[in-house]
Design a protein around this ligand. Sequence first.
Ligand code: 13P
Length: 297
Amino acid sequence: MPIIDSIKEWKNKRRAVILVHNYQPGEIQDIADFLGDSLDLSRRAASTDADVIVFCGVHFMAETAYILSPQKKILLPDPNAGCPLADTITVDQLRKLKSENPGAKVVCYVNTSAAIKAESDVCCTSQNAVEIVRRLGGAPVIFIPDCNLGDYVSRQLGKDLVLHPGSCPTHDNVLVKEVLDVKSRYPDAVLMAHPECHRDVLKLCDFVGGTSAMLKFARETKARTIIVGTEKGIIYRLKKENPDKEFIPASEKLVCRNMKLVTLEKVQNALVNMDCEVRVPEDIRTKALGAIQAMLA
Ligand code: 13P
């Protein structure tokens, strides 16, 4: 039986849904029950009545799904799919930042471990980071762990934030020089990028936003050629949704190795063997849930 049919059969047998992040390989995007950014995927994980969620993304996304829905089985088809950005901050480092900034609210990017979320006041994603920090009004804010996203939020709001020197290696490695080179080869193109890129790259952009916002911008812009400053996996969806437009990666290095670990075979194995479950200890889960619910409220 073709693997896609087998996945469908097992999915029905297990009463499962397949949630897929926008950076996943094309063949994984094609089997998605829901394809989206990290905020929309969290919402879906919370609202689905399926018994099992196969999360085609990275570890913190599956953990977030478990925190929201501990009664469901959350499967991560490759347990090694981590997030180097999430790994840039430890609980001890966060506690030190909190003790150095008494009274400050902690806003943690969703790209963090459950243990970090448990020590935070409110979670955010690239889609709502500016809004979440704005909601906190005049209170001092520690924003972790991505200093590029934090810097972007800070400039959008004209508010100083306490930042941690973490970044996403995929986005942070994009160089101004290479973006300028791509721009010079496509002079009529517009440039969009993820706020995890360095501010010097963002300054060159026509549009800055998370993956959902970039998909919307690409649909709405009159430009025919769009330079894409985020993980290359999104280009599959961009081309599918906009067959008349051309999409050029801002850098050939825009590949997240972790996002590419999921394969159709691993999804099939996850459904058959159910042995790649992601869970969080209950005391950490309940504290982390507070930060996630504060974001979704
Ligand atoms: P989005 O929330 O924009 O989908 O981004 C997720 C992510 O991990 C970016 O590196």
